[in-house]
Unconditional design. Structure first.
Length: 264
């Protein structure tokens, strides 16, 4: 089988994180819904190798999901396994200087997420500046993702791409500050082209916050990724989107995101 239409895969090397963000759903779950609390940990390296063997060349490979990927003990080794893909991470930036040797020359893009009212914003900004000085003209290309209402002036001085994003509820992609963009075809672009592999091997349709596992379509520990991508559940859910019935898909029923990032 093939991966027709697949453009992007998120591989969650770790679900552990070293930052306590006020707008993070997982932190809200930890505090207010302990019965739903995630079992934080790292992906088994044998599973990372299995995934790398299966994925097609040329797609975007994002080595993160809910966790901070630079915490993964074998990060550099994991990145090198995916030398046929476009390798990217999204990070809170805390470890970019400490782990500069693992990052520089190995990743293609690195996105640092910033957000409104972050008490650690000044410390983060200094780390970004220091990392850029160490990196020089070498890869990765650095992108600054700015969530919510923020002043962009000092980030513009870094000469990086700036990607602004609207904020949503900590518990999922709803209650946006303004209406998210809807594609003209009326089908979520994530469902058309994207899968996420959680650190335990469970495969989901997207990166939306999903503590109940409503978006899971398979388990790559026991099933080849191509079989999951071409499987009945994903095909059924895609058909609902095509028919304008996305609310019949459990995770999509309360999601307001359509796979099109919306700027502030």
């Amino acid at each position: 089988m093939c991966f027709n239409g697949l453009t992007t895969v998120n591989v969650e090397l770790t679900s552990r994180c070293n930052k306590d963000c006020w707008m993070c759903g997982r932190r809200k779950v930890d505090r207010e819904y302990p019965k739903l609390a995630m079992q934080y940990g790292d992906m088994d390296f044998a599973l990372v190798k299995s995934i790398a063997r299966q994925l097609p060349s040329g797609i975007v490979l994002q080595l993160h999901n809910n966790g901070e990927s630079l915490l993964y003990p074998r990060f550099k080794e994991a990145v090198k396994l995916f030398n046929r893909q476009i390798r990217c991470i999204d990070t809170n930036g805390k470890l970019i200087v400490e782990k500069a040797g693992d990052i520089i020359g190995n990743l293609d893009t690195l996105t640092v997420s910033t957000f409104e009212n972050d008490e650690e914003a000044n410390e983060q900004y200094k780390l970004i500046k220091d990392f850029l000085k160490i990196k020089g003209n070498k890869k990765p290309n650095v992108i600054i993702r700015c969530l919510g209402k923020m002043s962009l002036e000092r980030y513009k001085k870094l000469n990086c791409i700036i990607a602004t994003r609207i904020l949503h509820s900590p518990m999922g992609s709803f209650k946006y500050k303004k209406n998210p963009t809807v594609p003209e075809i009326g089908i979520c672009l994530d469902l058309l082209s994207h899968i996420v592999i959680r650190r335990d091997g469970k495969v989901s349709i997207c990166v939306r916050f999903d503590p109940h596992g409503l978006g899971i379509i398979g388990d790559c520990v026991t099933t080849p990724l191509a079989d999951i991508w071409n499987g009945h559940k994903r095909k059924e859910w895609l058909s609902y989107h095509i028919e304008g019935k996305r609310r019949k898909v459990p995770l999509c029923s309360f999601c307001e995101f359509w796979g099109v990032p919306t700027g502030t």
